[in-house]
Design a protein around this ligand. Structure first.
Ligand code: ZN
Length: 205
């Protein structure tokens, strides 16, 4: 791509670093911004800057939060004895949208993936095992995707916590989970949380 402006080229290069955004799309977005009032670009830059500067990870569930303890963990009406294990905030949002779940979450921050070089030590697994060990958790619900990485991660965690005698369950198979969890319709997802099955049953089947 030949640019008549170095400023334009720099902006396009930065935007095209985002996932799923090629050079052409980046150019379209940047040209769009140029046509908008200057304040719009300022608000966009400010929102992203504040996000990077002030966003926190909840010290209990590791979800993205504005405060040390997220709104879910600090809500006294939530049942702290049930913890749903998810990959990232998108899963939390999808499950919250169903309004069928009143427990807490534990956000792993990814899945075990040897190909991508992601091991258990790169995820928030240690703190999860610790919660179970302390006896503060009575039931763990695995809500990771039914991919090989998801299954591996579930099984790894299960092996770590099995000895503590905590109830483990998984949301019904055949339901889109993980990457697609956010797209599963709310009724189906809500129903699969209510009708979750024992984890042991899912690995034997
Ligand atoms: Zn939290």
């Amino acid at each position: 791509m030949d640019f008549s402006s170095k400023l334009l080229e720099n902006a396009v290069n930065e935007v095209s670093r985002l996932p799923g955004i090629g050079k052409r799309t980046a150019l379209r977005l940047v040209l769009y911004l140029l046509k908008q009032p200057k304040e719009n670009t300022k608000y966009l830059v400010e929102a992203l800057t504040h996000l990077r500067k002030d966003v926190k990870s909840c010290e209990k569930c590791h979800n993205i939060s504005d405060t040390e303890l997220c709104d879910i963990c600090s809500n006294p009406k939530r049942n702290g004895e049930i913890v749903c294990v998810v990959e990232d905030i998108r899963d939390v949002m999808a499950i919250e949208n169903t309004a069928q779940y009143r427990g807490l979450y534990h956000v792993l921050g990814g899945k075990i993936s040897p190909i991508e070089g992601i091991g258990p030590q790169n995820l928030q697994i240690g703190s999860l095992v610790e919660k179970v060990k302390n006896g503060e958790v009575k039931e763990l619900i695995f809500a990771l995707s039914s991919t090989m990485e998801g299954d591996t991660t579930n099984f790894y965690i299960y092996k770590q916590i099995e000895k503590y005698g905590v109830t483990t369950s998984t949301i019904a198979r055949g339901i889109s989970v993980g990457d697609e969890l956010e797209y599963a319709d709310e009724v189906t997802l809500g129903r699969s949380i209510v009708n979750r099955i024992p984890f042991e049953q899912s690995i034997k089947g």
